[in-house]
Design a protein around this ligand. Structure first.
Ligand SMILES: [Zn+2]
Ligand SMILES: [Zn+2]
Ligand SMILES: [Zn+2]
Length: 260
């Protein structure tokens, strides 16, 4: 495991429909707390001048402008649900600026779904206008190196579907999951920072809940934990006040320094 200091920027902390949720007038959707405004789930990992993005959400353009991302070296995908891939076309400005293709990493099933969704990007047919220039790379269970930082795929169960979280150095990002296999728990020891799905309080067939993720944090004992993929059932201030002091709710724009 290569150890390197990194910075995580939370680009989006919300669930698939985002918060506020279209048409909803609840306390959270109408809250004035900026931490209750959650775009779709994604983080940026920055280290030694490199930027690695995890997932391209439908909000990616807004997120990249807000975080002032001016270059992107690679994209890593967790799975191909719409809230994690639909911003893929908005990688084009980075192609223009960098004059090069961008490597994208995904497991075979995920890459197949991305190729199907964005057939025009990958069909090899010469276009009259610009399409994203991408360099698809398949991942298996093995760790892979990105600019001197090792990314370790962590299999997690998202309902019946197996998807990937990632560990990089002393941090891990486990979005959409309802269960973490025992063999994956063993890969998550000794963390400084753990991000994990905590959709809401009520059970959900494909997502973790606040109680379940608190238990996961108790089992893994990271130094700090941040809940993400949050729906409008959780008001930031109230929900965080009920958590142990080392567990926080992530919010859009949050920046975390990860110890090497
Ligand atoms: Zn999701
Ligand atoms: Zn609401
Ligand atoms: Zn999902």
């Amino acid at each position: 495991m290569s150890l390197r200091a990194s910075k995580i920027t939370v680009l989006g902390s919300g669930t698939s429909v985002g918060v506020p949720t279209v048409g909803c007038h609840c306390d959270v959707c109408t809250s004035n707390d900026p931490r209750d405004k959650r775009l779709r789930p994604s983080i940026l990992v920055s280290y030694q001048g490199h930027n690695v993005l995890i997932d391209t959400t439908p909000d990616f353009r807004t997120q990249a402008l807000r975080a002032k991302i001016d270059h992107l070296d690679a994209v890593v995908f967790t799975h191909a649900h719409a809230d994690h891939v639909m911003g893929l076309d908005d990688l084009r400005p980075f192609n223009f600026r960098q004059k090069s293709s961008i490597p994208i990493f995904a497991a075979p099933e995920c890459m197949t779904a991305i190729r199907r969704c964005f057939q025009y990007i990958f069909d090899g047919v010469k276009k009259e206008s610009n399409v994203p220039q991408l360099d698809p790379r398949l991942i298996d269970g093995s760790p892979f190196d990105l600019f001197g930082l090792e990314f370790l795929p962590i299999p997690i169960m998202h309902g019946r579907q197996m998807i990937h979280g990632f560990r990089f150095g002393n941090a891990a990002y486990l979005t959409d999951h309802s269960e973490i296999p025992e063999s994956s728990m063993e890969l998550l020891q000794g963390l400084d920072v753990l991000f994990l799905d905590a959709l809401r309080y009520k059970p959900h067939p494909t997502h973790s809940t606040v109680d379940r993720s608190v238990r996961t944090v108790e089992q893994l004992s990271p130094r700090r934990a941040f809940f993400t993929h949050i729906c409008h059932d959780l008001a930031h201030e109230r929900a965080e006040s009920m958590l142990p002091s080392h567990i926080h709710l992530a919010y859009d724009g949050l920046e975390i320094q990860v110890a090497p």
